[in-house]
Ligand binder design. Structure first.
Ligand SMILES: [Fe+2]
Ligand SMILES: [Fe+2]
Length: 196
């Protein structure tokens, strides 16, 4: 890819934030009293989106951040937190959508995601903006290319469907309430003076 292609790519930090916004909006759409097929459709989309996002971060974002910040303590927790989410995802897939355990596990996954996203948005993304400045668009272009490969390998889960799940790969409009949730999360925590 040439320099002009990089220049046209969004920064990797912008793409990560957008993924977070989409997935938090999808959580917000989940209703415990919805029909089980609709709950399952939303959950399937959330799970696939989280798995792809985590893989992209682990392959592209975290290694670049680690190389520039070898002693970053917050980064030590990132992959273990992804693994905890993967366990909740596995639990969800093994649970009947019409059971209360399904709702409980989804809430557990949402708490894990909120905590993890807060750390990324208040510590890791500002750290990346500061330490990877020149590389942010090149990394964004890499993430785009890799995302296309990962999505192509699981088209059925990520198809925009009529069941009420969200179009994970597009700049969809999200509900005002979901946006409020995201901005509250982002406003609550400020970038620390010293990154760890
Ligand atoms: Fe993330
Ligand atoms: Fe992450």
């Amino acid at each position: 890819m040439d320099f002009e292609s990089f220049a046209a790519s969004p920064r990797i930090t912008t793409m990560i934030k957008l993924d977070h916004t989409h997935v938090l909006a999808a959580f917000h759409r989940y209703r415990t009293d919805a029909p089980h097929w609709r709950k399952a459709a939303i959950v399937n989309t959330i799970c696939a989106a989280l798995e792809i996002h985590a893989q992209l971060e682990e392959e592209i974002f975290y290694p670049a951040l680690r190389a520039a910040n070898p002693t970053a303590i917050t980064l030590d927790k990132s992959v273990p937190e992804h693994d905890a989410m993967r366990e909740s995802i596995a639990k969800l897939r093994a649970t009947e959508p019409d059971s209360t355990a399904y709702d409980d596990t989804l809430m557990e996954l949402m708490r894990e995601v909120l905590h993890h996203v807060a750390d990324e948005e208040t510590i890791l993304l500002p750290m990346a903006e500061q330490s990877l400045g020149h590389d942010l668009r090149r990394l964004g272009a890499r993430m785009n290319t890799r995302r296309a490969q990962l999505v192509a390998s699981r088209p059925a889960e990520l198809a925009i469907n009529s069941a009420g799940a969200f179009p994970v790969l597009t700049l969809s409009l999200v509900g005002a309430a979901a946006l409020a949730l995201v901005s509250a999360l982002r406003a609550r925590t400020r970038p620390p003076r010293h990154f760890q």
